[in-house]
Design a binder for this molecule. Sequence first.
Ligand SMILES: [Zn+2]
Length: 307
Amino acid sequence: MKNNIIYHLLLLLLLMATMSFASCKDDKHEMVYKSLKINSTRLFLVIGEQGTVKINSGNGYYRAQSSDANVATATVSGETVTVTTVGYGKATITVTDRIILETATFEVTVQPKSYLTCPDNRHPHPINLGLPSGTLWACRNVYASSPEDYGGYFAWGETETKWEYSWSEYTLRNNSTFTDIGSDIAGTQYDAAHVRWGGFWVMPSKEQQDELRMNCTYTWTIKNGISGGQFTGPNGGTIFLPAAGFRCNDEPKAGDHFYVGYHGIYWSSTQIPWNEYRAFYFSFNESGQYSNEEVRYIGLPVRPVSR
Ligand SMILES: [Zn+2]
């Protein structure tokens, strides 16, 4: 009899344990977590502006963090991430769902106020061509007074113009040894655009020049008596680059000023990875446009872009 009671008690305990285990399983089954989703991966903001990104799905408890508080900061309220601009440049905002510890990111680009064409004669203006990267192009060259003015000619990595463009006058090479200035000089003390104009202005990378070439309608034209290329972006924004040619006093090209009125040749900030003697440039003439490379000592104009 006693054994029988113990037996039944044990059976009851086992049954209860099984039931509670089953109900636990049911609870777990009903707890469906939503994965974190936001409605944007890129945000372009003008300095001084605020922007928002919506959280489309998640579990109601979030945190937002900026990779660079000097560019932008972010806060979350409810399902809205609010981004406040601080300075020019790019920052990545990471949104974290604090329940499931999932993250989602979006990139913020803080830019100056831009235009589709020059609004007045107070150049330079940042021109928005509607390019995928959001890069803004300046309306004129470094040391130019207007969009069709040639401006200054710079050896690659130098920030001042000079009389003679040759290896012997090139300041970044001594006794056949190059000063190490990195393979991309945008935004550095070797960037003529950044040193002369400051702020968000830098020399364009090869990638940015390629983007201009591939996304814009190109027309060889004459503006106020100066030959050059007109580049019109998908949004209707447009810039003119004069065919300023190049300067060179060294063999085999010695002769000072070449192709003026026939060729637009502009430095990029990008050195050729496999050859420290040369850097990439972007060129255009009456028959088309292309990317190429040239020895660093020749003098080319520089057309700045926004960072
Ligand atoms: Zn302008």
